[in-house]
Design a protein around this ligand. Structure first.
Ligand code: SF4
Length: 378
């Protein structure tokens, strides 16, 4: 059995670690490129959402590289995600590929159901070995998220942005190759120290929350590397979705870490009291949460035609007004051009800077600043 799976951000690192811990041979799909997308576009229905097309391209490239088993998460609810695996399997079979598809479903009640699914996926694996494999994969995920947080903090503040990005790429590579917790810790600590040592500028830095559909938030190829582009515009990006949280909530039923979902649902309740599928409710809730935390703005991202995000977008108009937080929505499909996205990000951050400067002047004025002091700064 040579197992593959779709890319989603850095998810291939812990999944590879997990499968190797289950004694499986792993074929990680090549990094997503325009060729991957072209394969997906060629064989997927035109109206399918972008993640389905990119995932299909991943599978074709991995099957061509020798994979014979595809691992995919299942799902349910009012959007199309629950059908992804079946649609992709039918397309690949019609193309003549010989493979089996294993769909990991979230357990109905007991977490042991998920462990059983994973154990069955393994090759002569004891329950203890399955647990060890899950724990090490989880450890790697948590370490990468810690590194990502520091990277996203440092990138907008340093003058050496190339080096900050280079360190992030090195962390991903290093943790991917690490075979022990000690090795993971060493790579992480070295990177944290290196980021801390980068020279800083003294320009104001914006804080922007990134909300929206999970794949588009987590996969840089699908969002045109939005966090990196905003970082280069001196804006710190906070992802509303972390991979550990998503896995904890969707596959592990909240058993691994304390879930933020009840809090986010509470934030959403005055605007959207029920689930609309996908991450629609979370998009509204996390936007409100970012507003409460004093963020300068929110960018909502999603694939074009994503129903839950379209519902959330209509509600964000009211959220922006009542919670006093500027929101911008960007949809992505195969026709999205980098120059167009970059122009919109620049316009949005310019607007946020002017708004922030005005707010600072007003508060200076209210706290006793003189008119002339305010005017001289304007
Ligand atoms: S959440 Fe959006 S992108 Fe994901 S399957 Fe549903 S409609 Fe498609």
């Amino acid at each position: 059995m040579r197992v593959t799976f779709p890319h989603m951000g850095f998810m291939h690192i812990p999944i590879k670690s997990l499968l190797e811990g289950l004694h499986r041979e792993v074929v990680v799909p090549p990094p997503i490129t325009q060729h991957t997308l072209a394969l997906g576009i060629k064989y997927a229905p035109e109206s399918a959402c972008l993640p389905l097309k990119i995932g299909l391209g991943n599978y074709i490239e991995a099957l061509e590289a020798g994979a014979d088993t595809i691992l995919m998460a299942g799902g349910w609810g009012p959007c199309r995600f629950g059908l992804y695996a079946q649609v992709q399997r039918d397309i690949l079979q019609e193309l003549g590929y010989d493979f089996q598809m294993v769909i990991l479903e979230a357990p109905d009640s007991k977490i042991s159901q998920l462990f059983d699914q994973l154990k069955r996926l393994g090759e002569k694996v004891s329950f203890f070995e399955a647990v060890q494999a899950i724990r090490f994969a989880w450890y790697k995920t948590a370490a990468i998220e810690k590194a990502e947080e520091r990277y996203l903090f440092t990138l907008p503040r340093t003058i050496d942005k190339d080096r900050a990005e280079q360190l992030w790429d090195q962390v991903l590579l290093g943790i991917d190759q690490a075979k022990s917790r000690k090795a993971v810790d060493e790579i992480l600590n070295q990177a944290l120290q290196a980021w801390d040592g980068l020279p800083l500028h003294h320009e104001p830095v914006l804080r922007i929350g990134l909300v929206g559909e999970v794949y588009t938030v987590l996969e840089p190829f699908s969002n045109q590397n939005i966090a990196r582009n905003l970082g280069r515009l001196n804006a710190e990006v906070s992802n509303s979705i972390q991979l550990t949280e998503w896995l904890n909530d969707n596959l592990f039923k909240g058993h691994l870490i304390k879930s933020r979902t009840p809090h986010i649902n509470n934030c959403a309740r005055p605007y959207l009291p029920c689930s609309v599928g996908g991450h629609g409710r979370e998009t509204v809730g996390t936007t409100v949460n970012f507003a409460h935390q004093g963020y300068d703005g929110v960018v909502q991202v999603g694939p074009l035609t994503c129903m839950p995000e379209i519902v959330a977008q209509t509600i964000l108009i009211r959220v922006a007004k009542e919670e006093q937080i500027p929101c911008m929505t960007l949809y992505f499909d195969e026709h999205s051009g980098n120059a167009g996205i970059q122009t919109r990000l620049e316009a949005f951050t310019d607007m946020l800077r002017r708004r922030k400067a005005l707010q600072t002047e007003n508060s200076d004025f209210q706290q006793g600043g003189t008119c002339s002091a305010v005017l001289s700064r304007g």
